[in-house]
Ligand binder design. Structure first.
Ligand code: 6GU
Length: 247
């Protein structure tokens, strides 16, 4: 899969993504990172890419022309018009379902805005998807593009070395992840739960499932509306709610 990231801060994006698992997948050519500096496409003598907003108001607006020409250079080079995501707090909130959906694409373009915004006309011309990564405001789209690239990449086959780990993690099946432990079996007086040392795989799976259900109930109860739950899971929830009611 190829990510084409249009940005005024190419170093920030490269530094953020060329590390760890995503960096490894890029080195192995499972992923390709194509970072395009929008400023390279300005026609302004002073390399300016922004100007004052028509109608007045605070801040500057990124102009249409450099963004459009940066986008066109990608389209011309790859010979197709892939989905183009504009990162904005006004977009749809990105989630695991969207990550899996985007992971099916061969190419994906991200447009990172900065300053107070981007000239609406270029958005209408090139953007196919508007996405936010949550209800808070960032200074630019770069961190959001990096978050989405990371989450999408780990759903691309071959990126995670353990190919099953993309499935069993948090939010698959709509539940939060169970707690994990490693050696030693006791640390600062805290013991690893006995069941995990028992060697009884069935018991371990049951315990983990229960922990996932209880964590979701306590930390993110709204996720239970959409989660796929067994009768046994429902019993665990009812039991917990009964116990919580007791004084
Ligand atoms: Cl995608 N962009 C900005 N600027 N702020 C955000 C965001 C995106 N998602 C959450 N906050």
């Amino acid at each position: 899969m190829r990510f084409h990231i249009l940005t005024l801060f190419p170093d920030m994006v490269r530094q953020g993504l060329m590390t760890s698992i995503i960096g490894n997948a890029i080195e192995k050519k499972i992923l390709e990172l194509d970072i395009v500096n929008i400023r390279d496409y300005t026609l302004d003598r002073h390399r300016k890419v922004d100007d004052y907003p028509y109608g007045g108001g605070a801040g500057m607006v990124m102009q249409a022309q450099p963004i459009y020409d940066a986008w066109r250079s990608v389209v011309a080079r790859i010979g197709k018009k892939p989905r183009c995501v504009y990162l904005t707090p006004q977009g749809k909130v990105f989630d695991q379902t969207a990550a899996k959906d985007f992971a099916q694409e061969e190419d994906l373009i991200f447009l990172c805005g900065h300053y107070e915004g981007v000239d609406e006309r270029v958005l209408e011309e090139i953007v196919t998807d508007y996405f936010s990564i949550g209800d808070y405001v960032l200074t630019g789209g770069e961190l959001a593009a990096m978050v989405m690239t990371d989450a999408i990449s780990r759903m691309v086959p071959g990126v995670l070395t353990n190919d099953l780990s993309g499935l069993s993690e948090s939010l698959e099946g709509g539940l939060l992840e169970y707690p994990q432990y490693s050696r030693p079996a006791e640390w600062r007086g805290r013991r690893v739960p006995d069941v995990l040392l028992s060697g009884d795989h069935q018991k371990v799976e049951e315990w983990r499932r229960k922990q996932s259900v209880l964590r979701t109930l306590h930390n993110r109860p709204e996720l239970l509306d959409e989660a796929v739950l067994s009768e046994k899971d429902a019993k665990v929830i009812l039991e917990e709610l009964k116990n919580a009611k007791k004084p």
